[in-house]
Design a protein around this ligand. Structure first.
Ligand code: PCA
Length: 227
């Protein structure tokens, strides 16, 4: 396929979202952008920003998958109110928006992918990632819901694509979603909201990427999940 760019080293695609809901910044993009170009075990991180818009976010994700042909994909989003990095276990085939997205769209009880399966599990080693982030001093827990807004929407679309033949050799590319907490500057605008410093979030993601590259069969252990 001569029209496609040839990448000599494996790529880890990390996506983050633009700000939404009148916030001035989105920590998920700040973390992704800080990781852009970071290399580990011969792989290089590429960061791509996605719009917080139903549908359009998937279009941009597809473009990024086409451009970078990643071997691993981690999408990030803000979960305001959470205090930890939370790898998500499951994406569901539901768009049910509590607030309008950045284009004013507010789907209610709609499918992400008409005719798609009810849900997909992350193919990241979520328990091992949580274990290793904690061991490095970064608060983390497995989450069992990514909500029903644009984050779950992109998580479901990503897993739908990775499960099909559109990327790589069907199923060979692993991926998933991690919700991140507010940054202190954002929490200062929302009194009472928990936050985590950018440096800690970035370190947590570096550990998560290392683990995802090294661990293919997740560990089975209790205590890793939000409760
Ligand atoms: N968080 C929202 C959408 C974009 C983001 O960063 C969510 O959790 O759905």
């Amino acid at each position: 396929m001569p029209h496609q760019a040839v990448h000599t080293t494996p790529t880890v695609l990390v996506t983050g979202f633009e700000p939404f809901d009148q916030d001035p910044l989105n920590p998920s993009w700040e973390v992704a952008r800080a990781l852009d170009g970071w290399q580990h075990a011969g792989a290089t991180v590429r960061a791509v920003q996605l719009p917080c818009v139903f549908g359009e976010a998937i279009v941009q994700l597809d473009q990024a998958l086409q451009q970078w042909r990643p071997t691993l994909v981690i999408s990030l989003g803000l979960a305001g109110g959470r205090a930890e990095l939370t790898p998500e276990r499951v994406a569901i085939n539901v768009d049910d928006a509590r607030i309008p997205d950045n284009a004013g769209r507010q789907p209610v009880d709609a499918a992400v992918q008409a005719g798609g399966p009810a849900a997909y599990f992350s193919t990241l080693p979520i328990k091992a990632m949580v274990r290793d982030m904690r061991a490095q001093g970064v608060p983390a827990s497995v989450s069992n819901t990514a909500g029903t807004f644009v984050c779950n929407h992109i998580f479901y679309a990503l897993m739908h694509r990775l499960a099909g033949a559109k990327v790589g050799a069907g199923g060979a590319v692993r991926g998933g979603f991690i919700h991140v907490p507010a940054l202190p500057a954002l929490a200062a605008l929302h009194p009472g909201m928990p936050s985590m410093a950018l440096e800690t979030q970035v370190r947590g993601l570096q550990v998560a990427i290392q683990t995802a590259l090294a661990v293919h069969d997740d560990v089975r252990e209790t205590g890793g999940q939000l409760h």
